[in-house]
Each structure stands twice: as C-alpha cells, then as structure tokens.
Design a protein around this ligand. Structure first.
Ligand SMILES: CC(C)(COP(=O)(O)OP(=O)(O)OC[C@H]1O[C@@H](n2cnc3c(N)ncnc32)[C@H](O)[C@@H]1OP(=O)(O)O)[C@@H](O)C(=O)NCCC(=O)NCCS
Length: 188
C-alpha cells in the first residue's frame, strides 16, 4: 500500500522525498529534537540525512513510512511523523513523531495525530497502535494520553545511549478505544 498525502486544517502530511534533504538534516541534527529519541543519535552529516530518506523512499520500506509535516500557511516543514514496524498479521504498528522546536506548543502534532490515527485504524486496518517513550518526555506522554493512549508498562533499560540504559514507557491505543469521530480535515 502506498502512503498518500493527507491534510488537516493547518497542515499537510506529505510522504518524505529527496527534496527534503536540508530539512531532514537540520531537523534531526537539532539536539532538542533528539533529546529523547534514543534509538537514533542526532545527525552530524548530510549523508546520514540522505540515508534516512533513502530508507523511507525505498520500495522495501513497506513496514515503515514517514510523512513530512508541512504548515499550510507558509509551506514550511515543521516536523515528521509516521508508522514503524507495521505488522499486518497482528494489525499493529508503532507511531513516531517529532516537531521542530519553533512549532512546539501550538497543537500541530495533536492535529496530525487525529489524522494519522484515523488513517491507521481505517486505511491500514490497524487494531493496535504502540508508542515507546522516554519517561522524562513529558510533552510526548501528554500528547499520547490526550489521544487516549494507555501506559501498559515500563520497559526496563530498553534503550542505551552513551553507555547508559534508559527505561521507556510502552503505551498503546486500540481501535475499539478510538472514538468514532472520523478524520479531522479533509484528505487530499
Ligand atoms: C512530542 C512533541 C511532538 C509534542 O509537541 P507539542 O507541541 O507539545 O504537541 P502538540 O502539537 O499536541 O501541542 C500541544 C500544545 O499545543 C497547544 N494547542 C493545542 N491546540 C492548539 C491550537 N489550535 N493552537 C495553539 N495551541 C494549541 C496545547 O494547549 C498544548 O500546549 P500545552 O502542552 O502547553 O498544554 C514535541 O515535544 C517534540 O517534537 N519533541 C521532540 C521529539 C520527540 O520527543 N518526539 C516523541 C518521541 S516519543
């Protein structure tokens, strides 16, 4: 299944492409963006950004996708989001998301969540959406819990950075828990 472009009132979610190289590098080399993203180290070269894009545009990346979150008002990229580890047999996937700091606190990721969760339970036929979060990532936990995600347990010493192990929360949202409110905004 190809991941389409989606839209809400204020943002466009468009599949990542080679044209996003500069943004992907600047975004994922930002230490504030990467502070709690322990599964990948902050980028230090354009080649690393290129490798991320190559991965997502590859036809082999059937179980992973990434949308660039673009602000409609000025066409400026403000972040990314998508699904990882899509398991079609068990109808589940892991959600991932990040905004550039200048776009925090304005409800953009909440708006993206409404759309991509509806897409996940609808078009992808997911039954379960998972999230794995650093315990000190308060903004991310708040975002997830505002959207109905439930903490299932603490994954002990699940990720390692610079020789230090960090616990992470595992959260999930089930399709039957998702309010039948339908997608926000129109898909393009
Ligand atoms: C996680 C992350 C995306 C959350 O971003 P965020 O801006 O807090 O999330 P939202 O888009 O939901 O915005 C929520 C805030 O916008 C406000 N808001 C909601 N709708 C709004 C609107 N229409 N207009 C203006 N503000 C609005 C909310 O009141 C809330 O503010 P508050 O937190 O002060 O109460 C962000 O912190 C981030 O990118 N962090 C770095 C990457 C990361 O850690 N990703 C998660 C890995 S698990």
């Amino acid at each position: 299944m190809a991941f389409p472009e989606l839209a809400t009132d204020r943002i466009r979610l468009r599949p990542i492409s080679h044209a996003d190289l500069t943004f992907v590098f600047e975004h994922f080399s930002d230490l504030d963006v990467g502070k709690y993203l322990l599964d990948d180290d902050p980028l230090t070269s354009l080649e690393q950004a290129q490798a991320i894009i190559d991965f997502y545009v590859s036809p082999d990346a059937q179980s992973y996708n990434r949308w660039i979150v673009e602000r409609k008002a000025d066409h400026r990229p403000i972040g990314t989001c998508g699904y990882h580890k899509w398991n079609r047999r068990d109808h589940k996937a892991e959600i991932g998301y990040d905004l550039s700091p200048f776009a925090w606190g304005q409800g953009y990721m909440s708006e993206a969540f409404e759309r991509i969760i509806a897409f996940g339970f609808g078009d992808m036929d997911l039954n379960r959406i998972e999230a794995i979060v650093h315990p000190e990532n308060a903004a991310s936990l708040k975002l997830l819990e505002r959207h109905g995600f439930v903490r299932e347990g603490l994954l002990r010493e699940a990720l390692c950075r610079d020789g230090v192990y960090y616990d992470h929360w595992l959260l999930s949202l089930l399709r039957r828990e998702w309010p039948a409110r339908g997608p926000v905004g129109a898909a393009s």
